[in-house]
Design a protein around this ligand. Structure first.
Ligand code: HEM
Length: 163
């Protein structure tokens, strides 16, 4: 117990925020994989409902990812410019925003599904729409897979301009 008592509060909070960053990343990735697996023309009621729920979970986790990321830069960094001076950091933020922007299309699509689902009807999903959503999800997954590489490099100062 003495060992735990010696750990300062700010270290525990900073570890907690870093944990939220990793956990939300995992939840986002898992949600996208599930959506990718479920998408098909004219889904069943169960699948369509699950996709709507999965997208809500994805949205909440994406906000957790952004919030914890901002806290890591603004509150927990010894020197924020260690990140902001690094182009890799901005590529990381840019990729996140691009993936987020791209996910508006599936999100709006699922919100539109929620309306017939609430009336007990099935959403009409054409082969073309299912293919389009599958491709968007593929690109989002590739973006999410690339971001941690930028993160690990950035965390180690790769990309920082020579002082
Ligand atoms: C705009 C949103 C984001 C911001 C502002 C942000 C910021 C940060 C910061 C400041 C760190 C700490 C680096 C260090 O330990 O020195 C970090 C680490 C990390 N981030 Fe993000 N992040 C964001 C989005 C993401 C996303 C979307 C992912 C995953 C897809 C991600 C994955 C990681 C990983 C894996 C690390 C650990 C790197 C390491 O310690 O080796 N981040 N992030």
């Amino acid at each position: 117990m003495a060992g735990f008592a010696a750990i300062p509060n700010n270290i525990v909070t900073s570890a907690g925020v870093a944990y939220v960053h990793y956990l939300s990343f995992m939840v986002c990735f898992g949600a996208l994989v599930l959506e990718r697996r479920l998408i098909r023309p004219n889904p069943s009621r169960e699948d369509a409902t699950l996709m709507v729920i999965t997208d809500v979970v994805y949205g909440i986790a994406a906000l957790g990812l952004l919030g914890s990321g901002i806290l890591r830069v603004v509150v927990f960094a010894a020197d924020s410019s260690y990140y902001t001076a690094n182009p890799l950091f901005w590529w990381k933020v840019g990729t996140y925003l691009a993936v987020g922007g791209l996910s508006l299309y599936p999100t709006i699509t699922y919100i539109l599904w929620a309306l017939p689902l609430r009336r007990g009807e099935l959403p009409q999903v054409s082969e073309a729409l299912a293919n389009r959503l599958a491709w968007i999800l593929n690109i989002e997954l590739a973006g999410f897979a690339a971001i941690p590489l930028m993160a690990t490099l950035m965390a180690r100062g790769v990309g920082l301009p020579a002082a």
